[in-house]
Write a protein that binds this ligand. Structure first.
Ligand code: APR
Length: 227
């Protein structure tokens, strides 16, 4: 079976009702969303940072996977499929994808501030004073700006084995996630679905840019790959 690697970003969940980071005004209650996603913000104002994620977690529990998430599941009948997502939602899993690697963590998990391996499932709000079993404050299991990306080496290993790379709904502005596309071999076909794609075809035959939304573009691409 051929290997397909699918790199997804916030755009694939937009039509489920979850906002992307850079499309709208990029603000949350007057704060730059990038500024509430740092360890410094958590140290100086933990209530604010926890509330940012509490609101997002509550919202996640009210939305559903869309036709793009669901279409990707169909690829698994014909290919080895690895989803490498920058998203912290669980919509790929709920749609039924079996191998999902979360580069930036998972909103429905919490971890100890002292130990990034001490992770628990968490569907409720996290508040200041909520402690892990070893007595340390809990924080969202999210990789913040300035923190290392623990799953990166595994993601690189997976990407290197890709026979086909599909990129969906990402501005490719955040590193090291965006650098993953450099780990495929030279003529590996790339399909990039995004209504405002940040890379152009440039005459390279192996790169196909599909300027559509995820729900418009992914089911058609999947059908063409399994035909
Ligand atoms: N379908 C597909 N793509 C869409 C849609 C849609 N319906 N709507 C918007 N997009 C595209 C935008 O054109 C943009 O290219 O989704 C992309 C969203 O980009 P970002 O908001 O930058 O999201 P992402 O690339 O996932 O951000 C990467 O940044 O803030 C951090 O850690 C966070 O994982 C996140 C990372």
């Amino acid at each position: 079976m051929k290997n397909i690697v699918v790199l997804t970003g916030a755009g694939i969940s937009a039509e489920s009702g979850l906002k992307t980071f850079r499309d709208a005004d990029g603000l949350w209650e007057g704060h730059d969303v990038m500024e509430v996603a740092t360890p410094q913000a958590f140290d100086s104002n933990p209530e604010l940072v926890l509330e940012f994620y509490n609101q997002r977690r509550r919202q996640l529990l009210t939305v559903e996977p869309n036709e793009a998430h669901k279409a990707l599941v169909k690829l698994e009948v014909h290919y080895q499929v690895h989803i490498v997502t920058q998203n912290v939602d669980d919509l790929h899993e709920r749609a039924g994808s079996s191998k999902v690697l979360h580069l930036h963590g998972e909103l429905l998990k919490a971890r100890s501030v002292r130990n990034e391996l001490d992770i628990v499932t968490r569907k409720e709000d996290i508040l200041v004073g909520d402690l892990c079993k070893n007595g340390y404050q809990l924080r969202p299991h999210i990789v913040w700006f300035g923190e290392s990306v623990p799953m990166l080496d595994f993601a690189i290993e997976i990407t290197q084995k890709a026979d086909i790379l599909i990129i969906i709904g990402t501005s490719l502005q955040v590193y090291p996630a965006a650098s993953l596309i450099h780990f495929i071999s030279e003529d590996t076909p790339i399909y990039f679905i995004d209504p405002k794609p940040s890379i152009q075809e440039n005459g390279k035959e192996h790169l196909k840019v599909i300027p559509k939304t995820a729900v418009e573009g992914v089911p058609t691409l999947v059908d063409s790959l399994i035909d």
